[in-house]
Design a protein around this ligand. Structure first.
Ligand code: PLP
Length: 374
């Protein structure tokens, strides 16, 4: 494949000297769980996000699980409470809700932004709803005046699934006065899975918040439920971030402005070059707010399109072919009719967009796309 959908070796190659040096330091330090490197990364992530603090954890799913469990421990949520969530999301968003004994209430996406349609929130509200999990899908923030006002009107908790949109900005500022994702709700979960815009060399995640009680509970839950050794206040877990990944992430986080700029440049190159009526391009408003974790087009005959591109050396992926309510593990939701979600699941295609690609290469991929005839 001349253009794999994502070549992580090529993505990380320019940073490898700094990454290797940072890993060496950790190896020589003799400190392999917690410690100053993890703390330094937490401070840098909080500063980049515009929140007072951050807590490093094991991965993005655990970050969300710990947030919901912490709210239950703090008495802010109770098992059985309902949580509004976009129907069009990665299954991890649902898993975090159900793992905590909470009930997902799926809301359809807007067919243009592909994010949760915030005009449908009021109709989805019942007195059982106590929280919203907003998902900033594909790097586009899902936070606008409608969502902000809805959360305020009903006094709900707002949790962000920020696995895909580190560095993005919402349509309006949140309560902390910034529009940056990760600082828009009461708490936010980050994933640093290797394919994310800030990717570790393994699993990693974080929680940001302005709520000290919440972060203290998350940190304790991630450490066997303990703040002090051999003193357990919660029935907790082991979900800590390790310093080898934190050292890698410090290098990657420092490169985030350049990573985002390259992805925006590539998205703009696609937007200017793709010209094929069989291919629907993503929405391009506010290009300076989206961080383009994925560049997702829509086609009616996806298998044919993907086969054509593969035959011409262009790799693609599908995020996501099976929505959560159609998964076997969520059989209780299988009768739900979510036609926009299902249409997107059948028609979306992710093109190569990473910072390792040049605009000239994006131009070449676009010319191949423009010659596609269904
Ligand atoms: C990647 C991802 C997650 C899960 O993160 P992990 O670190 O892989 O556990 C959750 N939600 C969304 C939207 C994601 O893209």
């Amino acid at each position: 494949m001349k253009y794999p959908v994502l070549d992580l070796g090529a993505v990380n190659a320019p940073l490898m000297p700094a990454i290797s040096a940072a890993i060496d330091e950790v190896v020589q330090s003799g400190r392999y769980v917690g410690g100053p490197v993890v703390e330094a990364f937490e401070e840098e992530l909080a500063a980049a996000t515009g929140t007072p603090r951050a807590v490093g954890v094991s991965n993005g799913l655990d970050a969300m699980r710990l947030i919901f469990k912490a709210y239950i421990e703090l008495g802010r949520l109770s098992p059985g409470d309902a949580v509004i969530v976009p129907a069009n999301t990665y299954v991890a968003s649902f898993l975090a809700i159900t793992d905590a004994g909470l009930r997902p209430v799926p809301v359809e996406p807007d067919a243009v932004t592909l994010n949760m349609d915030t005009t449908l929130l009021e109709a989805a509200y019942t007195p059982d709803v106590k929280a919203v999990l907003t998902v900033h899908l594909y790097g586009r923030a899902c936070y606008d005046a409608a969502l902000r006002d809805f959360v305020g009107r009903h006094n709900l908790l707002l949790v962000e699934d920020n696995a895909q949109a580190i560095g993005a900005d919402g349509d309006v500022a949140g309560p902390l006065g910034t529009a940056r994702t990760g600082a828009l709700g009461h708490a936010a979960a980050f994933s640093f899975y290797p394919t994310k815009n800030v990717g570790a060399l393994g699993d990693a995640g974080a929680v940001t918040s302005a709520d000290t009680d919440l972060l203290d509970a998350v940190r304790a839950l991630a450490n066997y439920g303990s703040r002090e050794r051999y003193n357990n206040i919660y029935k907790g877990y082991n979900c800590r971030l390790d310093p080898v990944q934190a050292a890698v992430l410090r290098v990657k986080l420092a490169a985030l402005p350049a990573i985002t700029a390259a992805r925006r440049r590539n998205a703009a190159a696609y937007q200017a070059a793709i010209d094929n009526e069989a291919v629907t391009k993503p929405l391009m408003t506010a290009p300076d707010r989206c961080v383009w974790h994925q560049y997702v087009v829509r086609v009616s005959d996806r298998a044919m399109f993907r086969n054509y591109l593969a035959a011409n050396g262009v790799g693609t992926d599908v995020h996501y072919p099976v929505p959560p309510h159609r998964q076997k593990c969520y059989a209780e939701y299988s009768a739900l009719r979510l036609p926009v979600t299902e249409l997107l699941a059948d028609t979306v295609v992710s093109l190569p967009i990473s910072e390792a690609l040049t605009p000239a290469q994006i131009g070449e991929i676009s010319r191949i796309i423009n010659s596609y005839r269904p």
